[in-house]
Design a protein around this ligand. Structure first.
Ligand code: SF4
Length: 409
């Protein structure tokens, strides 16, 4: 690989985490495409992810600063990148007797996100990841729980919660013994109906669910306990590109998961240089349906990290989504999009007409505001996010405001 590209990777990975593996290198990246390969862009940090100014400061700092001074600079830059978007640490973390329950996020009435301390890594890292602070060494930026008991107490005290999403990182980095602790505990919670696992392991390390992995049988048997207990097991799989949907080992992994009764739903953000073409999404959703997967969300990159580089503007994003679904039959059109996961909730962009943006919340902290259409107008040229829009009139104002309501009981 060209030395300048290697140097760029080193400079950018001062800020963002970088990790790859032999499955990604041997099966997913088409090296004939060079640095323009979408999976290379997805996995290897590149220069444009930093502003020119930050890139130059880091390049200079690596040559001229002491390790301590460089760490200070790195930390300073990280803090300008909105490491915790959508109020994750200030609004979403519940309390028990005045004590913050670290590693839990309760944003919507029925669903709790749980960040097991054992899953704060992934099989490989994505350059655009909005959870990038989870993987860098600064403990202040991390969000994780070491205590399963507090989750169980919280669930038992809040029987309106029907869904737990195990997330991270990637919970499927956990070995069978640790995974069993979480699953065995969750299936005992009576009010819980759906166990969701957010994972990119099918794309980055499908061996996890195949005979090639020593722990595979055990892992599948542990997961099977969810379905045999009468609860729904939802694998929230992350695929960004059709190139991730081709290997034989992936086919085997999907077959094994479906055989234990898991339902696999798919989601991904729309990203410049990786999947910003309607043909890419149409191919991806079509292929997923053929494999028995359910397309679920097309997200827009969150307002953190390298959003300035990866995000298309709202108008282009809508065009890509629409053109993609228009190419497909009805059963392949199940993905909602384009969707922004904001401080308020999940906002779907429905239409843009005469410079008016038509939107609705699919999820909101206040469920009374969901599924109602509201209108916005651009407050900057080429808006990319909800915060780049302003309410059209006073009736739409409250959709743009955030009051201190944590979760509606
Ligand atoms: S696999 Fe998921 S959590 Fe891990 S780096 Fe990629 S997007 Fe982030």
């Amino acid at each position: 690989m060209d030395e300048t590209i290697v140097e760029d990777i080193k400079i950018v990975s001062e800020i963002y985490p970088f990790k790859t593996n032999n499955y990604v290198l041997d099966n997913l990246i088409d090296w004939e495409n060079g640095i323009d390969d979408p999976i290379f862009r997805l996995n290897f940090p590149h220069k444009e992810m930093l502003t020119e100014n930050d890139y130059d400061r880091l390049k200079w700092g690596r040559k001229n600063l002491s390790q301590a001074e460089l760490s200070k600079l790195v930390n300073e830059i990280r803090l300008t990148l909105n490491p915790h978007p959508a109020g994750q640490t200030s609004f979403n973390v519940p309390f028990e007797n005045g004590v913050k329950l670290e590693g839990l996020q309760h944003k919507y009435k029925n669903t709790v996100l749980y960040f097991p301390s054992h899953s704060q890594t992934c099989h490989a890292y994505c350059t655009f990841c909005f959870r990038w602070p989870q993987f860098v060494s600064n403990a202040d930026l991390k969000f994780q729980s070491k205590e399963l008991d507090s989750l169980v107490r919280y669930l038992n005290n809040n029987p309106q919660i029907t869904d737990v999403l195990l997330t991270g990182g990637d919970p499927m980095v956990m070995g069978p013994k640790i995974l069993a602790r979480y699953i065995d505990t969750l299936i005992e919670v009576k009010s819980l109906r759906n166990v969701r696992i957010g994972t990119k392991s099918l794309a980055f390390w499908p061996y996890k669910f195949t005979a090639a992995d020593d722990g595979c049988k055990e892992v599948l048997e542990i997961l099977r306990k969810v379905t045999t207990s009468g609860k729904h097991l939802a694998i929230m799989a992350h695929f960004n590109h059709p190139a991730e949907l081709k290997s034989d080992v992936l086919m085997e992994a999907i077959e094994n998961l479906r055989a234990i009764g898991a339902e696999i739903r798919t989601q991904a953000p729309l990203l410049r240089t990786i999947n910003n073409h309607s043909d890419t999404w149409a191919e991806m959703w079509d292929r997923q349906v053929q494999l028995g997967l359910i397309p679920y969300y097309m997200f827009l990159p969150r307002d953190t990290g390298a959003q300035h580089y990866f995000a298309e503007d709202l108008s282009t994003s809508l065009q890509i989504y629409r053109t993609a679904v228009q190419k497909l039959s009805g059963i392949c059109r199940t993905a909602k999009g384009p969707v922004m996961s904001t401080l308020h909730g999940k906002v779907e962009l429905l239409d843009i007409e005469d410079d008016v943006f038509y939107l609705r919340f699919l999820q909101h902290r206040d469920t009374r505001l969901t599924y109602k259409v509201f209108k916005g107008q651009a407050s900057i040229a080429n808006p990319k996010w909800l915060s780049d829009l302003a309410p059209m009139n006073s009736a739409d104002q409250h959709y743009f405001e955030m009051e201190e309501c944590i979760v509606e009981e």
